[in-house]
Design a protein around this ligand. Structure first.
Ligand SMILES: Cc1ncc(COP(=O)(O)O)c(C=O)c1O
Length: 458
């Protein structure tokens, strides 16, 4: 297994050929999952005492198993939050693995962490947060949100002795991503959700909510989580006024920009994020709108010492990493994970190769595609916009359709290899309605792709 022989050489060539073919294929097949029992019937048991050989295993993956997945970078994959990693970033992902770098501490990972930090410097500069602000790459937005709210909770607990043992409370809006609620559960905090009825959360609503808290609950309030680009509709909360309230109330201000963070680089919409520079922490997912391969999230903190107080692990076996002689930036001290892949390296390489201007152009294209799609929707009598596009998300309805018709349409288009576009729900006049949703990320999506999809709704 650890020796170099002809089988290893053959397998390596297969893998490299596959990787090159895959990243140069601009129209990958829109695969669809099969049932597990069907896959098992086709490929058989693959893990055996003697092994089935690299050639056979690779063939099964290439010819059967990968076809039972949906390529996230397909130009007509406009569901959920899709992705479109740059080819440079994908190739460098292979290099990241091949280099076997432990990304927890500078002592082992210094050169790789240097690359990550170069990319992080650019991300931080996009936020406009003050000197001293920095961050680390995480496995995704969920882990970044968790890391931030743990830092917030620990800061709150350290303030007053009677906060210790008290169950924390955080406030967010009902449009916040599901991971915020899930992570509040992980840290056993209570969550109060402000109903925004399809609008953005404002400082005024936040203040009114805080004013209504009973004294004992006000004491438990340790963080407010705003969203910089909601997953469902691309809406950005009123960050400036929320920052005012958080400042006045002395509450940690976290902004979840997991999806929308890429748009900080887009000059056409940057003003919508005004106030972000006053956050205590921010989540941005490079694996969404910054064209990084999975998995790559990021958490940014105004005060790195507070993050370190919350996350730094202690153990006699770890002391040497923190010794002056080994000292450098230790990413593990600022988020929940110890051993970690240097997952910011593919983003760094792609940024270094292409420069940040090309990123700005590619992100603006997503916003432009949303505007183009909106116009095409307005031009078709059987369709209508539910609301104007926000960032790169478009919500629209097929007049007269029932929820079942949206579902059937999604499955049919997927089955036919046309597109993956999924329905969502939107509250109109107090009632939830099933509607269709586009989320544009891939700059290679064409106007024709949009026409093809909309035409299937006629
Ligand atoms: C706003 C927002 N926050 C958090 C997440 C969770 O990120 P991840 O799936 O990378 O954990 C998402 C995912 O879509 C998101 O859109």
């Amino acid at each position: 297994m650890h020796t170099i022989d002809i089988d290893l050489v053959d397998m390596t060539l297969d893998v490299m050929k596959y990787a090159i073919d895959r990243i140069s294929n601009v129209t990958p097949e829109l695969g669809a999952p099969k049932k597990e029992e069907d896959l098992l019937r086709i490929v058989g048991e693959t893990v055996t005492a003697r092994g089935i050989g690299g050639e056979a295993a690779f063939k099964l993956f290439r010819d059967v198993l990968v076809k039972a997945t949906v390529p996230i970078d397909h130009p007509r994959h406009l569901a959920f939050v899709p992705a479109a990693p740059t080819r440079a970033a994908i190739m460098f992902d292979l290099v990241t693995s091949a280099s076997s770098i432990h990304g927890a501490y500078w002592m082992e990972g210094g050169g790789g962490i240097f690359c990550e930090n170069q990319a992080m410097k650019w991300l931080v500069s996009l936020t406009g947060m003050p000197k001293g602000t920095f961050g680390v790459f995480t496995s995704g937005g969920t882990a970044a949100n968790l890391s931030a709210i743990v830092a917030a909770r620990e800061e709150w607990r350290s303030r007053e002795e009677d906060h210790i043992g008290l169950k924390g409370l955080l406030i967010t809006s009902d449009a916040a991503h599901s991971s915020v609620q899930a992570m509040a559960k992980v840290i056993d905090a209570d969550m109060l959700m402000i109903h925004c009825e399809g609008d953005n959360l404002t400082g005024k609503e936040l203040q009114a909510t805080i004013n209504k808290l009973e004294k004992k609950d006000r004491k438990r309030l340790f963080a407010v989580v705003a969203t910089g680009g909601t997953t469902n509709a691309g809406i950005i909360d009123e960050l400036d006024t929320i920052a005012d309230v958080c400042g006045k109330e002395n509450v940690w201000f976290h902004i979840d920009c997991a999806y929308g963070g890429g748009a900080l680089a887009a000059r056409s919409v940057r003003h919508l994020f005004n106030g972000i520079e006053r956050a205590d922490s921010v989540t941005i997912d490079p694996h969404k709108w910054l064209f990084s391969p999975y998995d790559c999230g990021a958490v940014i903190y105004k005060d790195m010492e507070l993050a370190k107080n919350a996350h730094s692990q202690k153990g006699s076996y770890l002391e040497i990493f923190k010794d002056e002689g080994a000292h450098g930036f230790n990413p593990s001290e600022y988020q929940i994970q110890l051993t970690r892949r240097v997952r910011g390296m593919p983003l760094w390489f792609s940024l270094a190769m292409h420069g940040t201007d090309k990123y700005r152009v590619a992100i603006e294209r997503g916003i432009e595609l949303a505007q183009i799609a909106a116009k095409k929707i307005e031009d078709r009598p059987y369709l209508e916009l539910v609301r104007p596009p926000s960032l790169s998300v478009v919500l629209y309805r097929r007049k007269g359709w029932t929820p079942d018709q949206y579902r059937e349409w999604t499955y049919k288009n997927h089955r036919d290899g046309v597109a993956l576009v999924t329905p969502t729900k939107w509250k109109t006049n107090g009632e939830f309605e099933t509607v269709s949703r586009f989320c544009f990320i891939n700059p290679d999506t064409t106007e024709k792709d949009i026409d093809v999809i909309l035409d299937t709704m006629e």
